[in-house]
Write a protein that binds this ligand. Sequence first.
Ligand SMILES: CCCCCCCCCCCCC/C=C/[C@@H](O)[C@H](COP(=O)(O)O)NC(=O)CCCCCCCCCCCCCCC
Length: 194
Amino acid sequence: MKYFCSRNSIKGKELSFSSGLFLNSLGSVFGFISKDAVSKIQILVNYMNGENASHYATVQSMVKYELDNNLVDVNKKGSHPESGCRTLLRLHRALRWLELFLDRLRTSTEDSKTSALCAEAYNESLAQHHPWMIRKAAGMAFLVLPGRQTFFEVMNVGPPEQVVAKLGEALPLISEVYQITEDLYAQHNMLDLP
Ligand SMILES: CCCCCCCCCCCCC/C=C/[C@@H](O)[C@H](COP(=O)(O)O)NC(=O)CCCCCCCCCCCCCCC
């Protein structure tokens, strides 16, 4: 799905996500996280390829279409538990975690613990939307994250300096995408969709 955006930096860039593969490479504990992310992405892909595909060409058109046609459960779960809007909201919240985590990774030092960086980022973002059980499970998964060096290797970008440079390039784009969704959802009062 694309963002309708006139700014050149992300104009026309697709929101592609290969998190499933990356998470699988970290090991089976991340399976439950990966499964949820992949299934939510699949819901959106299905809309994009479905009979109403034209309405799902951009995030803005999706929001307009689903709201205009009462396809979103606004106050409590009802007949549209898998609307594009609520599904994207879950991924949007996860993107905030990613932004915080990658920024910590970028500014980390050799002796930093990825598990701590990841947990801090999580507690500041996604955790606030998760029930106790999920927070516990996520906390346990973080503990077995590989150390910084292995983590950088799994990212497959090159030597550490290059990873840091790439992160520096990616972060402004991530935060721009995050902000566009955040503003759009705030404008439509949709930041707490059930
Ligand atoms: C690199 C380490 C990866 C750690 C991932 C940290 C995120 C922790 C998220 C824990 C989510 C647990 C799974 C279940 C969540 C759902 O309950 C919950 C609510 O859904 P519902 O309203 O439909 O019930 N779902 C969510 O909040 C969405 C979670 C989506 C997680 C996306 C994680 C993407 C990870 C991308 C990794 C990319 C790392 C790149 C590094 C270079």
